[in-house]
Design a binder for this molecule. Structure first.
Ligand code: SAM
Length: 251
């Protein structure tokens, strides 16, 4: 696990605290009117779960980072439940009406770990429940290093700049190196720079389709989450950094 999710979870919490209300509206619509309870594996500090709770869903999150679990519990209070667990091996003793995994969290899992994760998820979802996962797909021959996302964020006395940049693709191994960088500009930690390289799985439309096919889930629709505020439906062969995949367990 990376420093950004453990020792520096507070900075993650500030840096990634942008407005996710439109995304939450869209997720609630896709989860369907019958959905009352939702699970978010890798929930981080709970920003999505809180928005889903504000829309009437009972949220449960799990995260491997104890600090993220603490922050999510603080954020949600009575509005949700957060447990410390590994998303590749967990047993919560209940089934949910739906589940979400935004912001490419599943790219942190290797293909073998993803298979374990999807097995666990299938055991935690009701029949017909939607599992909406945001996982970017690339075609190696069209890949070029992406200038990345660069933004500013602040909370109270803390001001920072953040960046997340693709550095390198190893198409043969299906791995991508991505660099995150947070520079604290103001506040108690002003002057600190937290920079890390994340070794993540690089999925193509084919390898992703094969992984889903080998899992208990089927992909019933794909959406382009990179089109701000629109999320149009696209072909399952589409590529893009922020695709949403709508998974339903096969009966
Ligand atoms: C990119 S962050 C996303 C957090 C949250 N979903 C959000 O939208 O802000 C990825 C999260 O996954 C968690 N994580 C990574 N590997 C995990 C695992 N094997 N089991 C549970 N959580 C994990 C990290 O601690 C981190 O909080």
């Amino acid at each position: 696990m990376t420093r950004l999710y453990v020792e520096d979870a507070e900075l993650y919490d500030i840096a990634f605290d942008w407005d996710v209300a439109p995304e939450a509206d869209w997720l609630v619509e896709r989860l369907g009117a019958h959905c009352r309870s939702v699970l978010e594996p890798g929930c981080g500090s709970g920003r999505i779960l809180l928005e889903l709770a504000h829309r009437g869903l009972e949220g449960t999150g799990l995260d491997l980072s104890p600090r993220m679990v603490e922050l999510a519990r603080l954020r949600l209070g009575e509005l949700g439940t957060v447990v410390g667990a590994d998303m590749t091996d967990f047993a919560l003793g209940g089934r949910f009406d739906g589940a979400v995994s935004p912001i490419n969290t599943l790219l942190h899992l290797t293909p073998v770990q993803l298979a374990h994760h999807l097995d666990c998820m299938a055991r935690h979802l009701q029949a017909d429940a939607r599992y909406l996962v945001q996982v970017g797909l690339i075609e190696p021959d069209q890949w070029e290093p992406f200038a990345g996302s660069h933004w500013e964020a602040s909370r109270g006395a803390v001001k920072l700049t953040a960046a997340w940049v693709d550095e390198e693709l190893d198409a043969v191994r299906g791995r991508s190196r991505q660099r995150s960088r947070i520079e604290v500009l103001e506040g108690e930690r002003a002057g600190e720079i937290i920079e890390e390289v994340h070794d993540m799985t690089a999925w193509t439309p084919t390898t992703w389709a094969d992984a889903v096919e080998a899992s208990p889930f089927g992909e019933v629709a794909t959406y382009d989450g990179g089109k701000s505020g629109q999320w149009p439906r696209v072909e399952p062969t589409a590529t893009g950094g922020l695709l949403w995949h709508e998974l339903v367990a096969r009966s």
